[in-house]
Design a protein around this ligand. Structure first.
Ligand code: CMP
Length: 524
């Protein structure tokens, strides 16, 4: 007796064979999945395994039941399951194996989804045809069904078509920063474009999902195309009494090299308007990192604030404050004296003026000014001429010296320290560049104040040069000339000599008998 007949009294030999082949295929695919196909492929293959198992089970069921309707149903189920399993496997083979190998970047999700949808649609038509149902008939027999389906799918189809338009026209791509204008405008980085919507990641660290239909109607700014230098704008006002050109110079030099601001195209500023707040300025600069735009804009605003403050200029806003007191000569003097006392406290923190009588220190404090610097601003530049020195009141500064092998960090300066004294006292170019590392408050002393001081008390030049050399030795700031190495006294005399010559002091007034070094030369 035929073993197949024994196995299946109801079914044919072909059905038994097909069922067994399906079972075998499901087991083989399951093995592939278990033995390490890539994870993404695994998930997709699972659907095919389930379908093939349904197919095998349906055929198995046919062998077991005798009822004709149940047998027909199970047969149809097997056909449909097989058609879909076949379609999925064909799709996987074409897209995940063949196409994935030949392409470097993955296919856009919308293309994948649409191709998969079309293949499954063809499988559905074929399987319906195979089980004797004409798909065309299905659609035309129910006009009502068509109307309902059309209305329900209206938005979905609109999004799908818009998604396809985005893929063809490519107004933006995954990774671009875009702005969607409109009632609920958004700026974000495109993370995904699928058949229904586009996903943007915003600076709030959230995803915003914008339906493709909405994108098709909205105006879109793409910050990364045709190139990724995007312009930023900042507006501010100053008083009418301030010359605009002065503001231009101060602000432009303050924002060049600001973190995140591109060197080219160069930042620019225009006098933008005159209104009740004062003269309006428009600062324009370019950035290429939209993800940091808030931080970059903030840094530029900081620099504008600090630089205008240092120049003694103020922003102007519509102001309705009424000052109802009349400053008298006495109140003005008191305010001035308060400032002098404050600066005296700062000067008392450094030992450079230890030998000065209180009256002379007070005169220095009168002429000194307080200035503020933002982090990363350069206070003095190596090689430049300088007629000021600085006392650090707050903040930290880095000292950098240019060498043939590049810039070398030579240490940090903090509250209670001073710098810039060398150029001020000798007229020689700055020996180092000093850059603010945090917001800094500095006291500036001008050369003219020193000139008056030294004219009245030439003898203090000696103590000042001693203090400078002692400080240099203790901080190991500079390497003295080889012939002066290790001879602190000789270095002091050498510096005293340079100061004396520069300020035109007589040798006997400062207590030296002769000169040791040639006059300073101009390196430029
Ligand atoms: P000046 O040469 O006027 O300008 C740069 C200033 O940096 C210098 O005076 C010193 O006050 C200070 N400075 C601190 N460290 C160094 C250093 N290692 N080399 C040179 N100058 C230094």
């Amino acid at each position: 007796m035929d073993p197949f007949d024994a196995l299946s009294p109801q079914g044919t030999r072909e059905e038994v064979l097909l069922g067994l082949v399906g079972l075998l295929a499901a087991v083989l695919l399951a093995l592939v999945v278990r033995l390490g196909a890539p994870r993404s492929l695994n998930l997709r293959l699972r659907a095919a395994i389930v379908l093939i198992t349904v197919y095998a089970a349906a055929l198995g069921g046919r062998l077991a039941v005798a009822h004709p309707t149940a047998r027909t149903f199970l047969g149809d189920l097997a056909i449909v399951a097989m058609a879909f399993a076949f379609a999925r496997l064909a799709f996987q083979l074409a897209f995940d194996v063949l196409l994935a190998r030949s392409r470097r970047s993955p296919l856009p999700r919308i293309v994948r989804d649409l191709s998969q949808g079309s293949i499954l649609f063809v499988a559905a038509l074929a399987s319906l045809h195979a089980i004797g149902v004409e798909p065309g008939q299905l659609l035309t027999t129910s006009a009502l069904l068509s109307v309902v389906a059309g209305m329900a799918l209206q938005d979905t189809l609109g999004n799908l078509v818009a998604g396809l338009a985005i893929q063809t026209e490519l107004p933006f791509q995954v990774g671009d920063w875009i702005e969607v204008h409109g009632q609920s405008g958004h700026i974000g980085k495109v993370r995904e474009i699928n058949w229904r919507a586009t996903r943007l990641h915003t600076l709030d660290n959230v995803d915003v999902i914008v339906p493709n239909g909405l994108l098709a109607k909205a105006t879109i700014t793409n910050y990364d195309r045709p190139h990724c230098a995007a312009r930023r704008s900042i507006y501010f006002h100053t008083a009418y009494s301030t010359p605009p050109r002065r503001v231009h110079e101060i602000v432009l030099s303050a924002i060049e090299n600001a973190p995140g601001v591109l060197e080219t195209p160069r930042p620019s500023i225009v006098t933008f308007g005159f209104d009740e707040s004062g003269v309006q300025f428009w600062v324009r600069y370019f950035i290429d990192d939209m993800g940091r735009r808030d931080a970059i804009d903030g840094g530029v605003r900081d620099r504008i604030w600090y630089s205008l403050g240092r120049a003694g200029l103020a922003f102007s806003v519509p102001n309705r404050n009424l000052e109802l007191f009349e400053p008298t000569e006495i109140s003005r003097q008191l305010a001035l004296e308060r400032g002098v006392e404050d600066r005296l406290r700062a000067l008392a923190e450094i030992d450079l003026f230890d030998s000065l009588d209180p009256g002379s220190v007070r005169r220095l404090a009168r002429t000194a000014k307080t200035v503020l610097f933002a982090p990363s601003e350069t206070v003095i530049r190596q090689g430049e001429r300088g007629d000021t020195m600085f006392v650090v009141r707050q903040g930290e500064l880095a000292v950098r010296v240019a060498t043939p092998n590049g810039d070398v960090d030579r240490g940090r300066l903090g509250p209670g320290m001073f710098f810039g004294e060398m150029s001020l006292l000798t007229g020689e170019p700055r020996r180092a560049t000093v850059v603010a590392q945090s917001p800094c408050e500095l006291l500036v002393l001008e050369r003219d104040a020193f000139r008056d001081l030294l004219a009245a008390h030439p003898e203090i030049a000696r103590t000042i040069s001693e203090r400078v050399i002692q400080r240099e030795a203790s901080l190991q700031l500079t390497t003295p000339a080889p012939e002066l190495e290790g001879k602190v006294e000789a270095q002091e005399t050498d510096l005293l000599d340079r100061i004396r010559r520069f300020f035109g002091l007589r040798s006997r007034d400062v207590g030296v008998t002769g000169t040791r070094t040639p006059p300073p030369t101009d390196p430029s």
